[in-house]
Ligand binder design. Sequence first.
Ligand SMILES: [Zn+2]
Length: 273
Amino acid sequence: MNKMTTTAVVLLTATAIFTGCGKNAASPTPTPSLPSPSTTTAAPSPSPTASATASPTKSASPTPSPTPTANKGDAVQVVASPESITALVNKQFKLPDQYEPNDLVYPEVAFIFKEKIEKRMLRKEAATALEQLFEGAKKDNIELAGVSAYRSHATQKTLFDNYVKRDGEEKARTYSAVPGHSEHETGLAIDVSGSTGKCAAQDCFAGTPEAKWLDTNAATYGFIIRYPKGKQAITGYQYEPWHIRYVGTKVAKEIVSKGITMEEYYNAVPVAK
Ligand SMILES: [Zn+2]
């Protein structure tokens, strides 16, 4: 009798895992074999993991216990230090509901629009770094423009709801963040294009001189390409060569030199509990 029961439980559990979040098995439970991190698991220090590291990584274990790994998106944890410039915000780590950065400013760089509005803002430190990045690009004859930077929780909600209406929630989750889970809400991330705005935040930005320049140079200014190519299973997002995230030069250089993602830097993926 119990063989059948066990099989059923296992199947149910598996189904629940694979439908957990986004269609591409992106985040929830990928403990088993991350590409490279074993060499890089040296336990970084910065912020968010404190509470996270405690969890004992029990996911893909063979025990047929009822459903502990199957609570879909409930692996979500609230970011402990949302104001940290190295705070990890992704499909598992969300910002506290009321979080709003308190040092937003307008970086003095070109944008593809003229209005002085919310999406032109970044947190002070990131804004200064962005100004330097744009200047550095200019010296290499690369003219960049901002497309979209800070987004309030309310804006992200409107945006996401519209995507869901258009494409359905499952698809929307592969390219847009659930409110509270967007890096744009940190004031530390910005989408960047060439000065004409051509291919702004679109796949055709990949391979442009601007994208190549960013890929090579962003870390010098403390930014990383947050959703690199081939890392969707780890970051939960498609390749976005235009989305850069400020983490400070030290962390940026470490992430880039190791060819890892922010998730791997924090060894956070297995934390999906
Ligand atoms: Zn973005």
